[in-house]
Each structure stands twice: as structure tokens, then as C-alpha cells.
Design a binder for this molecule. Structure first.
Ligand SMILES: *[C@@H]1O[C@H](CO)[C@@H](O)[C@H](O)[C@H]1NC(C)=O
Ligand SMILES: *[C@@H]1O[C@H](CO)[C@@H](O)[C@H](O)[C@H]1NC(C)=O
Ligand SMILES: *[C@@H]1O[C@H](CO)[C@@H](O)[C@H](O)[C@H]1NC(C)=O
Ligand SMILES: *[C@@H]1O[C@H](CO)[C@@H](O)[C@H](O)[C@H]1NC(C)=O
Ligand SMILES: *[C@@H]1O[C@H](CO)[C@@H](O)[C@H](O)[C@H]1NC(C)=O
Ligand SMILES: *[C@@H]1O[C@H](CO)[C@@H](O)[C@H](O)[C@H]1NC(C)=O
Ligand SMILES: *[C@@H]1O[C@H](CO)[C@@H](O)[C@H](O)[C@H]1NC(C)=O
Ligand SMILES: *[C@@H]1O[C@H](CO)[C@@H](O)[C@H](O)[C@H]1NC(C)=O
Ligand SMILES: *[C@@H]1O[C@H](CO)[C@@H](O)[C@H](O)[C@H]1NC(C)=O
Length: 890
């Protein structure tokens, strides 16, 4: 029992924060980077009165995030740089890019203090990354007074990326970043990055750091009464002849056992348990010994006698170092045992222990990185996900890219770049050629100008190049056209200035051959596509309800608009035909937003759904034909296919493919089959619906706002494939329950974007809001509006529950916890971002699709495993071994 009490359990890497010992003379801060995160850019650098360090704003090294300030109550506990912080409400990963000197060893530290800046009293939890590798989980619930993490690291490139990655619903934040260069030899050659444990022994609550430590290492005090040792001190100056430059203050006190005959024992654990460990023990005799007194002890590291009969020199530092490839089961022990000859017990002044942090993931190939960053800068792409390493970690890599990962230790390569519809202007940037492993390049639907560059032909790995719908000019390089023979798919339609068949003959007679080859190629493409459309349209005429698994076939913006009109003619039906189809409107399927829907048959076999539009306001349907002609051209696997229409006097009808499996709302309520939709099925359905909506927003020209996204508009076909219904209608039709005024706000109560409601300004983001409500429905399975509830509207109710931290009560109890909580959380977080009151802060549908796919991936990959994120709060995620060992602030 007493023996245990003597053990000192030290903690690694994560330390609690204390006030700093008082200032002496400021010293040289060459090479120090001291960033006060969240400090406004227009404020000039200041000297922190407590540490003497000069802090500057972080705004020059990060473009994202917002400033926050701790509550007043924290002002007295913390030094000035910790009072403001930068927090990151947007994006999964936000990164600082810091300039460093490569191959120089640095001490890298960061402070995190929540201080209830947002008044929500919800302590954030998130991950800290260095480049592509996870460094630490920051759990501020556990460190309410803030936490500081540090490591020794030698960057191999001249920029260092420190990233904060959101892992739950809380926003990551950071208070300071402090980077200090070290002498190269201070700790000898080091094979990797090191996490640090660094203590001196005194009964105090103050850390020692700069200016007492010229390298600004942080030395934490260690002492506990129950340890049964005492602190001895000296006021004499201790000389430090070695290279360690241990601060004199840290050496001026020492620990020694209370009972002179017992050894002094120190234990700590490493994470991972297999980590290699380097130990530096700093000694100095600080008591005045009489002539007949001696202090001599043996040092055992991991129970091996590593050093015998050691006597600390008087008032002079002596450092003894050990290393091991691994402590037994990750548990390191140090014992100082008094020798027989010694009259005094052992003593120790300070200890440092390092363990190697494993950083397994290689950064993306540097030339790919520099090329893609150049592309980003040239086109001024400000994508929130385009921060940090482009390819790793894989769950937060840059949107619009695909990478090839061979093994984790070899640098990933960028293999696909899809910048379609990103508003790119200017020429095709030359740095694209530095992406030497690129297989797919999609620059379609931008306003790129200039010529098609020759170097594209030299990029041997390219398989697909899509340059269509731009303003490119000149002629296509022959070498590139030749590449089509070895399988390159080159798409370049709708570049009016780009030389093709006729125009080139006139302009450039000499290059007669080129356009002919080009045109032959494009004619072939056009014919193939036309045939495809023809076949598919024919299918529609016969109202084939099989979904076309090929996805997007055609959209209204492409060049085939003026194709033969006999196809569309055939899709117009007379009222008589409709009457026959529906067997005199016999079987009602439901009542939609714009009229009653009937079941019908075409050719006596193919099932269809006929929506008969309410006749009362027929004059509002002036644009009917034009609209429907447009809608007939919208095809996507996740949109309910419009196969025909009826427009005869007052008789207006729309004929859709038949969706035999009801809608999402019915399934959620259990009304359809009585059984509960699993979480995975819910996700699959919403991914489908989101893809349909994304297509309306980005795949259609002009973009189409659905305006009436809701769970009852998400229908299921015979294969349970979800399709969005009723799109495009509210553009020119009123909803059934509202009189038609052109400015009236359309939509279903509860799903309606409040911003749109107030401003009457409609955008795709209004659909995103409604989609967010659908997500809340699949998560909670609760009514959107319920007056008996504490908060009537579901968004407010979920917000309240989140604030209360009552996450479990949000989730549909019918799921019976049969889901991956990480997946549900991510979906919840996504839903809440979709329903952000400010449309500008909502994600776009592409982002929603990606995030939902991630949720699905989480659910698929983690289920069955033992990871239960619900118990997150109780899981010890830090590197601490035991909480008793954590020094407490006094
Ligand atoms: C980092 O280095 C780059 C290139 O050397 C330079 O353009 C940039 O201004 C530097 N950033 C800072 C914050 O010093
Ligand atoms: C940096 O260090 C690595 C590994 O020691 C070495 O391979 C590389 O050449 C060094 N680079 C420079 C610029 O010194
Ligand atoms: C935070 O610091 C204050 C003042 O030093 C102290 O009273 C409080 O107990 C500390 N909280 C925690 C969780 O350590
Ligand atoms: C560390 O070593 C590198 C290369 O060996 C050298 O360029 C640099 O100046 C050294 N830094 C210090 C602080 O001694
Ligand atoms: C040790 O702690 C005491 C009490 O807090 C303090 O007065 C003294 O300055 C400390 N000594 C050193 C060397 O830190
Ligand atoms: C230093 O040690 C002496 C006893 O040796 C003790 O009386 C004194 O309080 C100690 N001073 C500090 C600052 O701990
Ligand atoms: C050492 O000598 C002093 C007197 O000079 C005496 O009081 C003390 O007991 C001696 N200690 C030992 C361990 O012999
Ligand atoms: C592309 O590669 C060339 C040659 O290797 C190099 O000079 C150029 O700086 C690179 N450009 C970018 C943006 O990385
Ligand atoms: C990824 O790279 C490796 C090595 O370069 C190559 O063998 C493999 O085919 C690539 N995989 C893909 C999908 O491109």
C-alpha cells in the first residue's frame, strides 16, 4: 500500500495549464513563432506581460475560422494570449500553413481554451493533425481550464500544416500556436517526432518556461503530499555546462523520499505502448553536505541497473540519458535506490522523457501538392475543404480530387481533378501538367479561354479529358487527337470558338487534316449520344418504368436540344387518351401538391402515374407547355421521370413513371409496411434524393430550384431506389393550398426556408434548407411541427436538445440503437448546417451528397466493430495514464 503511494505516475503530452512564473529579462526570440489565434488582423503585435513573448495575429496564416473570446471569469486565470481564440464553424478540416526551415528541429506547441466563448457551455472535442497525421485528440470537457500540447518535430519541407479536424458536433478551436527552433544537438539525433513529458519537482502551481527557459520548453511542477517525498531547494546558482540548457529554476528544487531509506520511484506509460522511449534525467546536488555525508544511488530504468553509484555534483547539472526501444507493456519505470555507502537518500531535480509519435501517413507527393495549390491560387478557388494535405487523411481529402493510395507510407498521387462548373476563367493553367499521374481531367462548364494546350497530349496517364462547355479557341492539337486512338476520351463540345469541321477549313487551310479528324471524332460521339437518347426516349414513349441505370443521359443545356421533335410530340397525350389510361380516373394514388394522382396503364401493361392538375386556375398555366417541354428533358436516375403530358384546353396532366413503393414519409411513419426503416436504408434513400436534387441544382441549365423538397416527395421505385418527385413545378404553378400570385412564397410549411420566406429571394439554398428538414426527419422520426412540444418546430427542438447535450433523445428510438453513432452524428451535424438560418452558411448539395456518403461509409465500415462513439464521453482518449497523476492547479 505505502509502496504504491510512493509511485509517481507522470503524464505524457497533454498537460494542464498553469500560470507562468514571473518575468525576468526578456531574451532573444529569434525564430519563435508566437501566434495569438483569433486576434484581429489589424491589431499590432504585443508583448505578453506574463511571458515576455511577442504575439502576433494568426490571420496571415489561415483564411478560415472566426474570432471568439473567453468569458470574463477566465480573465484572471489565464494570460492574455489565451483569452481570444479562433474557432471553426465551417468545414471538417481547417489548417494553418506555417513557414519553417526544413530539417530544423522545432518544439511545436498549441494551447486550447474554450472558456465558454459562445455561452453554450459545451466543451468541444476534436482532433489535431500535423500534416496528414493525427497528433492528438483535444477533449476540452476534460480540460475545462484549457490544455496545452507540444511535440518535438523536424519538418522535412518548408511548410508545416497544422489542422483542426471536427469529429463531432462541436466546433474546433485554438488559442495559440507556439513554435520554437531548437539547437540541432540538444537531444541528440532523433529518428522522428517526439511527444514530451517534462517535469521539475516543487510544491507550486507555476510552470517554468520562457524567459527562464531560453527555448521556451514548458516544465511542469510535480508534487503531491501523498507521494511521501519532500522538496528541497537552494538559492545558490547552479551551473549548467551541458548542452541541455535546462533552466536554473527547474534545477533549484529537487524531490527526495521522506523516508531516507526508501527508493524514489517514478512511473509513466507510453502511447502507443510500443513507442521507443528516450529519458533525460537532470541532477544537481543542491544541499550543502557535511564532510561525513554522502549521497550516492543506483539508477534502475525498467528494472535494469543502468547506472551504479551515481553522486550528483555539487551545484552543477549532470544529465543521464537512457533509451529503450519499448517499455514493457508500455509501462516505464525509474527507480533511484540509495547505495549502502550513502548517508542521504536519492534525489532528482528534473526529468524529461520522450516517446516517438507514430506518423504513418506520407504526405501527398510534393510536386502534386505544389501543382494543385498553384491551380487553386490561379483560379482563386476558395473551397473550405481545400486546406491541408490534398489526399490524406482520406476522410477529409479535398473535394473534386481523387487520389491513388498505394501504401500508407508512400506519398499518395492525385489521379482525378474535376473542376466542372466551378466558374473557372482564364486559360487552362500550365501547372496541370505537373500532375503527372492524372487520369481524369474535367474542366467542363466553365468559361475557360485560350487554346487547348499541347502538353495535355504528353500526360501519358490521362484517360479522360472533358473540356466541353467553355470558351476555348484555336484548334485542338493533333497530338491530343491522336491520343484518342490509344483510348483517351476527349470531350470538347460547346466551345463555339474551338475549331471544328467547317470553321477551321476557312481559317486555317493548311491544317485541313486536323479538323477533319476532329470532326470525324466528334461526329461519331454525337451519333452515339444521339442514338442513346433516341433509344432512351423511345423507351419513355412506351412509358417503360424501368429506371435507366445509366444516370444522366441528357440535360437541357447540351447541344442536342434541337433534335427531332417527333419524340416530344409523341409524349403529348389527349384527354381521351388519359381517360383511357387511367380507366376513367378510377384508382387514386394520392394527392400531390398540384393535383390528384391516378394510377394508369399504357399499352395495357406499363404502369404509370398521372397527375391531373387542378383546373381552377388554368390561366396560371400559360407557360405549361414550355415548362413541361423543359422538364421532359431532365433525366436523372434519382428524379421521377416525366414521360408525357396532356395539354388540352382546361385539361392539364402530367404523366410520370410509376413508383410502386410509396414515399419516404410513409415508410418513416411505418404506415407502408409496419416495419422500421433501418438507419442504413434511410441513408441510402437520402443519398439518392440528394443526388437528384444536386442534379437539379448543378446539372441542369438553367439550374432548377425544386421549392418543395419534403419526405413525401421522395418516392421509391420497385428496387427501393429513391427518386425525387414534383420538381420544377412550383416555378410556374401555385401550390394547391395557396392562391396564385407570382410573388407568393411556395413550399410546404415546416420545410420552408425562413430566409426565403422573409426575403422572397429564392435560391438553391432554400432546397438545402428543406433537405435539412428531411434529414432531421430521418434522424428523429418526429413531426416537423408539433405544438405540444417544448419547441414547436423541429429545428428549434433539436437545437434545444443539442444545447442540453441530450443527443440520445434526438435519435429515433425505433432504431433501437442499431446504428453507428458516428454516422448519425455526422448526419445530424449536416442537417443542422443545412438548416442554418443564413443561406450563405448552408452547404451546397454536392457537399451534402458527399457528407451523406461519408455517413453511409461510417455506418457500413464501423458496424459490427466495437467502437461505440456514444460512450465517447467516458473513453480516455488522451495519453494520460491515470488521472491521479495529473498535476492539479491550485
Ligand atoms: C511563407 O513563405 C512564402 C514563400 O516563401 C511567402 O510567400 C509567405 O509570405 C510566407 N508567409 C509568412 C506568413 O511568412
Ligand atoms: C533533410 O533531412 C533528410 C533526412 O535526414 C535528408 O534526406 C534531406 O536531404 C535533408 N534535406 C536538406 C535540404 O537538408
Ligand atoms: C479551473 O481553474 C479555477 C481557478 O484556478 C479552479 O477554481 C477550477 O477548479 C479549475 N477547474 C478545473 C476543472 O480544473
Ligand atoms: C541545424 O542543422 C542544419 C543542417 O545541418 C543547419 O542548416 C542549421 O543551421 C542548424 N540549426 C541550428 C539552430 O544549429
Ligand atoms: C517552489 O515553490 C515555492 C512555493 O510555491 C515557491 O515559492 C518557489 O519559488 C518555488 N521554487 C522554484 C525554484 O520554483
Ligand atoms: C527551502 O528549504 C528550506 C528548508 O531547507 C525551507 O525552510 C524553505 O521554506 C524552502 N523555501 C522554499 C521557497 O521552498
Ligand atoms: C556527521 O557529523 C555530524 C557532526 O559533525 C554528526 O552530528 C552527524 O551525526 C554525523 N552523521 C553521520 C551520518 O555520521
Ligand atoms: C511544374 O514543374 C516544373 C518542372 O518540374 C517546375 O519548374 C514548376 O515550378 C512546377 N510548377 C508548379 C506549380 O509546381
Ligand atoms: C496507383 O499507383 C500504383 C503505383 O504507381 C499503380 O500500380 C496502380 O495501378 C495505381 N492505381 C490506380 C487505381 O490508378
Amino acid at each position: 500500500m505505502w509502496k504504491n503511494m510512493k509511485r509517481i505516475l507522470l503524464t505524457l503530452a497533454v498537460i494542464e495549464i498553469f500560470s507562468i512564473i514571473h518575468l525576468v529579462q526578456p531574451q532573444n526570440q529569434d525564430g519563435f513563432i508566437s501566434l495569438d489565434c483569433g486576434m484581429p488582423i489589424d491589431e499590432s503585435p504585443y508583448t505578453d506581460p506574463d511571458s515576455g513573448l511577442v504575439f502576433t495575429s494568426d490571420s496571415v496564416v489561415i483564411q478560415t475560422g472566426e474570432s471568439g473570446r473567453v468569458e470574463k471569469a477566465f480573465d484572471n486565470i489565464h494570460i492574455k494570449p489565451y483569452l481570444v481564440m479562433r474557432y471553426f464553424p465551417e468545414g471538417l478540416r481547417n489548417c494553418y500553413t506555417l513557414n519553417v526551415t526544413r530539417n530544423t528541429t522545432y518544439h511545436i506547441g498549441a494551447m486550447f481554451l474554450y472558456g465558454n466563448y459562445d455561452g453554450l457551455n459545451t466543451y468541444p472535442n476534436f482532433d489535431l493533425y500535423l500534416g496528414p497525421n493525427k497528433w492528438e485528440t483535444i477533449d476540452l470537457e476534460r480540460y475545462k481550464n484549457g490544455t496545452w500540447v507540444g511535440m518535438i518535430h523536424t519538418p522535412r519541407s518548408s511548410s508545416l500544416e497544422m489542422c483542426l479536424v471536427k469529429t463531432g458536433t462541436t466546433f474546433p478551436l485554438i488559442s495559440t500556436i507556439e513554435i520554437r527552433p531548437f539547437g540541432n544537438n540538444t537531444y541528440g539525433p532523433r529518428p522522428g517526432s517526439l511527444s514530451t513529458l517534462r517535469y521539475f519537482f516543487n510544491d507550486t502551481s507555476s510552470n517554468i518556461r520562457y524567459p527562464h527557459d531560453i527555448h521556451d520548453r514548458i516544465w511542469s511542477p510535480y508534487y503531491h503530499e501523498y507521494l511521501e517525498w519532500r522538496i528541497i531547494n537552494t538559492t545558490f546558482s547552479i551551473s549548467s555546462p551541458g548542452i541541455y540548457e535546462t533552466p536554473k529554476l527547474a534545477l533549484a528544487t529537487a524531490a527526495t523520499p521522506l523516508n531516507d531509506s526508501l527508493p524514489l520511484e517514478i512511473y509513466w506509460s507510453t502511447k502507443p505502448p510500443t513507442a521507443a522511449v528516450y529519458v533525460y534525467l537532470h541532477f544537481a546536488e543542491i544541499q550543502a553536505l557535511r564532510a561525513n555525508e554522502t549521497r550516492e544511488f543506483d539508477i534502475y530504468f525498467n528494472e535494469n541497473s543502468n547506472y551504479s553509484a551515481f553522486s550528483p555534483p555539487k551545484l552543477e547539472q549532470r544529465t543521464i540519458t537512457f533509451s529503450t526501444v519499448q517499455c514493457p507493456e508500455g509501462f516505464c519505470s525509474l527507480r533511484l535506490v540509495r547505495t549502502k555507502k550513502s548517508t542521504l537518500p536519492p534525489l532528482i531535480n528534473a526529468i524529461e522523457a520522450f516517446s516517438i509519435i507514430e506518423f504513418p501517413f506520407a504526405e501527398t507527393n510534393p510536386s502534386d501538392v505544389s501543382a494543385i495549390k498553384n491551380i487553386k491560387d490561379t483560379y482563386r478557388l476558395s473551397k473550405i475543404s481545400w486546406q491541408g494535405d490534398p489526399c490524406v487523411p482520406q476522410d477529409v481529402f479535398w473535394e473534386h480530387l481523387k487520389c491513388n493510395y498505394t501504401e500508407i507510407s508512400s506519398p499518395p498521387r492525385i489521379t482525378s481533378l474535376n473542376l466542372s462548373s466551378q466558374g473557372l476563367t482564364g486559360i487552362i493553367v500550365p501547372s496541370i501538367q505537373n500532375l503527372t499521374q492524372l487520369q481524369e481531367l474535367d474542366l467542363s462548364n466553365n468559361t475557360l479561354t485560350g487554346e487547348v494546350p499541347k502538353y495535355l497530349a504528353k500526360m501519358k496517364s490521362l484517360l479522360v479529358i472533358n473540356l466541353s462547355k467553355n470558351k476555348l479557341s484555336g484548334s485542338i492539337p493533333q497530338a491530343l487527337l491522336d491520343r484518342q486512338n490509344d483510348g483517351l476520351l476527349l470531350i470538347y463540345q460547346e466551345n463555339p470558338e474551338l475549331c471544328r469541321v467547317n470553321s477551321c477549313i476557312v481559317k486555317e487551310k493548311k491544317k485541313f487534316l486536323v479538323p477533319v479528324v476532329a470532326s470525324v471524332a466528334s461526329v461519331v460521339v454525337i451519333i452515339v449520344i444521339s442514338l442513346l437518347i433516341f433509344v432512351i426516349r423511345k423507351k419513355m414513349v412506351s412509358a417503360d418504368k424501368q429506371p435507366t441505370k445509366s444516370g444522366t443521359v441528357e440535360d437541357s443545356g447540351d447541344s442536342y436540344e434541337s433534335e427531332p421533335s417527333f419524340l416530344t410530340k409523341n409524349r403529348r397525350f389527349t384527354h381521351d387518351e388519359v381517360t383511357t389510361m387511367t380507366n376513367n380516373f378510377q384508382r387514386v394514388l394520392g394527392e400531390g401538391g398540384f393535383g390528384v394522382v391516378y394510377h394508369g396503364l399504357i399499352n395495357g401493361a406499363e404502369q404509370i402515374a398521372v397527375k391531373v392538375l387542378s383546373q381552377s386556375s388554368a390561366q396560371g398555366y400559360k407557360q405549361f407547355k414550355a415548362e413541361v417541354e423543359l422538364l421532359l428533358r431532365v433525366h436523372h436516375i434519382n428524379l421521377v421521370n416525366l414521360v408525357g403530358y396532356c395539354d388540352e384546353g382546361e385539361h392539364l396532366g402530367l404523366i410520370y413513371e410509376y413508383m410502386p413503393n410509396g414515399d419516404l414519409k410513409q415508410h418513416l411513419s411505418g404506415k407502408w409496411s409496419g416495419s422500421v426503416l433501418s438507419w442504413k436504408t434511410r441513408l441510402i434513400i437520402t443519398v439518392d434524393a440528394a443526388q437528384g436534387l444536386e442534379y437539379l441544382h448543378t446539372g441542369c441549365k438553367p439550374a432548377m430550384v425544386h421549392r418543395d423538397v419534403k419526405s413525401s416527395n421522395i418516392l421509391l421505385d420497385e428496387h427501393f431506389q429513391a427518386k425525387l418527385a414534383d420538381f420544377g413545378l412550383s416555378r410556374s404553378f401555385p401550390t394547391a393550398n395557396e392562391t396564385y400570385v407570382s410573388t407568393v412564397v411556395a413550399g410546404t410549411p415546416g420545410y420552408l426556408d425562413p430566409e426565403y420566406y422573409q426575403t422572397n429571394w429564392l435560391s438553391e439554398k432554400s432546397d438545402v434548407y428543406s433537405f435539412g428538414i428531411v434529414l432531421l426527419e430521418i434522424i428523429t422520426n418526429r413531426p416537423i411541427i408539433q405544438h405540444a412540444r417544448e419547441k414547436t418546430h423541429i429545428v428549434e427542438w433539436v437545437g434545444l436538445m443539442l444545447q442540453k447535450g441530450d443527443i440520445r433523445s434526438i435519435i429515433d428510438p425505433n432504431l433501437q440503437q442499431d446504428y453507428d453513432s458516428g454516422s448519425v452524428w455526422k448526419a445530424l451535424e449536416l442537417a443542422m448546417s443545412c438548416v442554418n438560418p443564413s443561406s450563405a452558411r448552408r452547404p451546397n448539395m454536392s457537399r451534402v451528397v458527399n457528407d451523406l456518403k461519408d455517413c453511409l461509409a461510417y455506418d457500413t465500415s464501423r458496424r459490427g466493430g466495437s467502437v461505440d462513439m456514444d460512450s465517447k464521453g467516458s473513453v480516455d482518449v488522451s495519453m494520460n495514464f491515470g488521472t491521479e497523476g495529473i498535476p492539479k492547479a491550485r
